[in-house]
Design a protein around this ligand. Structure first.
Ligand code: G3P
Length: 283
């Protein structure tokens, strides 16, 4: 499981990068508001985050209507090679995701709270889906149980070729196994599932301006063709559960990431080692 940092704070990102275990960053409008910057500076802020982190950086659209989401998403995707556009899991968001993924832009569908929503995100071509854990706990439900059902449901399917329709100009081809791959008609060439640009994570439209950019992320790490980002993580226990249920990524607030490394028994153990080392020095 990879660790993303769930923040828009440049200081937190720079420090977490220095710890050497960070694979990406996720932001949202609330997190941006927390850094105290203005709307007019949003694009520049995302550029600065992208310069700090080599992995994917999720930047969220604020529009609610499909066309406007697509416009905002294209602007965000043009900011840096490692931008992943965050789109809310609504009907309009699904339509926007389909259009964006068909043109090779990586999408993280956010505010996911159910299995059907996650399946629809995958079908619409999302590269990532973000089920929220803590917000279920907030309403007295079990967030990690909900996360597990989503991971398990997605595990039943292979979404690796979901982007074929937009690029090949033909019908959508949903493949479930290699036999179906071999059985496909030769005049409807299917992408090689092992190539990054054709793994389902990005479009194979090599001449599309975003194709190379998105391909920079390499092949989708998940054999399912969509990666699950456990979001709304509130404590190290959530991180443990996310790993146990097989989430691909946990996006974690700065304070929680720190707590993940700082186990009290590690601290106590170090104190004891230091004390004993002093004894040896003066022996
Ligand atoms: O990535 C989404 C996450 O930031 C939501 O977290 O704590 O606001 O539920 P929270």
């Amino acid at each position: 499981m990879q660790f993303f940092l769930d923040t828009a704070s440049l200081d937190e990102i720079a420090e977490a990068v220095s710890w050497g275990a960070l694979s990406g960053v996720t932001t949202n409008p609330s997190l941006y508001a927390r850094v105290g910057s203005r709307q007019a500076n949003f694009h520049e802020h995302i550029r600065r985050i992208c310069a700090l982190v080599s992995g994917p950086v999720s930047a969220e659209v604020t529009a609610r209507e499909t066309d406007q989401m697509v416009v905002q998403a294209r602007e965000l995707a043009a900011l840096a090679a490692n931008v992943v556009v965050k789109i809310p899991l609504t009907l309009e968001g699904l339509a926007a995701t389909r259009r964006l993924s068909d043109s090779g832009i990586a999408v993280n569908m956010t505010l996911c709270f159910s299995v059907p929503q996650a399946l629809l995100a995958a079908r619409a071509g999302a590269r990532y889906v973000s089920p929220f854990v803590g917000r279920f706990d907030d309403i007295g439900d079990d967030g990690t149980k909900q996360l597990a059902t989503i991971v398990n449901a997605l595990r039943n399917y292979d979404f690796n070729n979901r982007n074929d329709s937009g690029v090949a100009g033909g019908a959508v081809t949903w493949l479930r196994d290699d036999d179906e791959l071999k059985a496909s008609a030769p005049d409807d060439p299917l992408p090689n599932r092992n190539s990054p640009a054709q793994s389902g994570c990005v479009s194979d439209g090599a001449d599309h301006p975003f194709a190379k950019r998105s391909a920079d992320f390499g092949a989708c790490a998940s054999s399912r063709g969509i990666e699950v980002i456990a979001a709304s993580i509130r404590n190290p226990g959530h991180v443990t559960q996310a790993a146990l249920v097989g989430a691909d990524i946990a996006t974690v607030p700065f304070a929680v990431l720190k707590k993940c490394a700082q186990h009290p028994l590690t601290v106590n153990g170090l104190l004891a080692f230091e004390k004993d080392w002093e004894k040896v020095k003066n022996a």
